[in-house]
Each structure stands twice: as structure tokens, then as C-alpha cells.
Design a binder for this molecule. Structure first.
Ligand code: GAR
Length: 189
């Protein structure tokens, strides 16, 4: 079974969807950069090891990512799935995991990259937004797209209601796409 890690900074609902799905990989590690993030408590229920790594406790990004890399190597992690990890991946991890880091973003990229994609979509008045799953490169949400699904924006939508409908899509699309990547791509190596 392929060993994978999930990186999360927040509530961890996507991490949970991945962990609970039946996939051709086993989530051996949750990496979290926020010592107070709810995902840490959630991971205890999954019996998954959590590596809390606070960037503030390292002199620079390279040292921070080096500490994560060491842990990933110790656990023989082959794939990284970012699930609400609110930090740009730097060269240390990008080089070690070339084309093996995947991210989920709550918009139809390239629209509304960066922070608060849902707020950006509402402010722009678009009628359709959605979810994108893409490979991670050095840019902000710029890597090549693997899967997308549209979500209609309703006249009555608030940030909360649109976020809920987008998340419902995310929780299905992310596991499905991981399954696709691992069977179609990884299986061919
Ligand atoms: C998700 O909606 C994800 O798409 C978004 O953060 C949320 C995390 O929720 N990611 C980004 O905005 C990345 N730029 P979760 O912690 O409940 O999975």
C-alpha cells in the first residue's frame, strides 16, 4: 500500500474525507502548521499520527520544510495531499516530491486563486464557481489541473452557504481524484 500524507491548517473536513475513503493508499501522517487547528483533534479519532510543525519555531522556511521532509522520509511517504494547508510549498518539499504534491482549491482556477476564493467569487458576482484539484508547483494555485467541478452560485448565497455547497463537492471530488491519480498514474510506473 502506498503511504501518503495529508497537510492541513484548519478544520480538516477534507482530510477526514480522504482518510475515511477507501483508497489505494494509506494516510500515514497528518502534517499541521497550526498548533490550535481542529484537524489535530480529529486525527486522533482516525488513529493517524499528527506532526504539528509550527513555522514560527524555525529560523526560516527551509529549516521548517527540512523538518517536515525528515518526518516524511521516516514514514516513507510517497504522496502529499494538501487539504486546506494555507502555505506555499517551498523548494525543499517541491524538489523532494516533484509531481507528487496535490492541492484542492475552492474555485474554478485560474479564477480566484489565493486566499478566500469563496469571498472573491461572491464579490465578483459570478454565477458559477466550483472546486479545482491540481498538482502543486512553485506558484500560488498555478499547477496543472487534474479535476474540476462547477458549483452554481445562488442569488441568496452567503459566504457560509456557498462554502457548505463547495465543501460537499470537495469531499467527494478529492477522494475520487486521488483514486484516479494513484490507479492511473502511480500504477503505470
Ligand atoms: C477547503 O475548502 C479548501 O478547498 C480550502 O480550504 C478549505 C479547508 O477546509 N483551501 C484553500 O483555500 C487553499 N488555497 P477543511 O479544513 O475543512 O478541509
Amino acid at each position: 500500500m502506498i503511504a501518503a500524507a495529508v497537510f492541513a491548517s484548519g478544520s480538516g473536513s477534507n482530510a477526514e474525507a480522504i482518510v475515511l475513503a477507501s483508497l489505494p493508499c494509506s494516510i500515514e501522517l497528518v502534517v499541521c502548521d497550526k498548533p490550535e487547528a481542529p484537524v489535530i483533534q480529529k486525527a486522533k479519532n482516525w488513529n493517524t499520527e499528527v506532526f504539528v510543525c509550527d513555522p514560527k519555531t524555525f529560523p526560516d522556511k527551509q529549516a521548517y520544510e527540512q523538518a517536515i521532509l525528515l518526518k516524511l522520509q521516516e514514514k516513507q511517504i510517497k504522496w502529499i495531499f494538501l487539504a486546506g494547508y494555507m502555505r506555499l510549498i517551498g523548494p525543499t518539499l517541491l524538489e523532494a516530491y516533484q509531481a507528487r504534491i496535490v492541492n484542492i482549491h475552492p474555485s474554478l482556477l485560474p479564477a480566484f486563486a489565493g486566499k478566500d476564493a469563496i469571498g472573491q467569487a461572491l464579490a465578483a458576482g459570478v454565477k458559477v464557481s466550483g472546486v479545482t484539484i491540481h498538482y502543486v508547483d512553485a506558484g500560488m494555485d498555478t499547477g496543472s489541473i487534474i479535476a474540476q467541478e462547477a458549483v452554481a452560485v445562488r442569488e441568496s448565497d452567503t459566504h457560509e452557504t456557498l462554502h457548505q455547497r463547495i465543501q460537499a463537492v470537495e469531499h467527494k471530488l478529492y477522494p475520487k481524484t486521488i483514486d484516479y491519480i494513484l490507479t492511473e498514474q502511480d500504477g503505470k510506473e
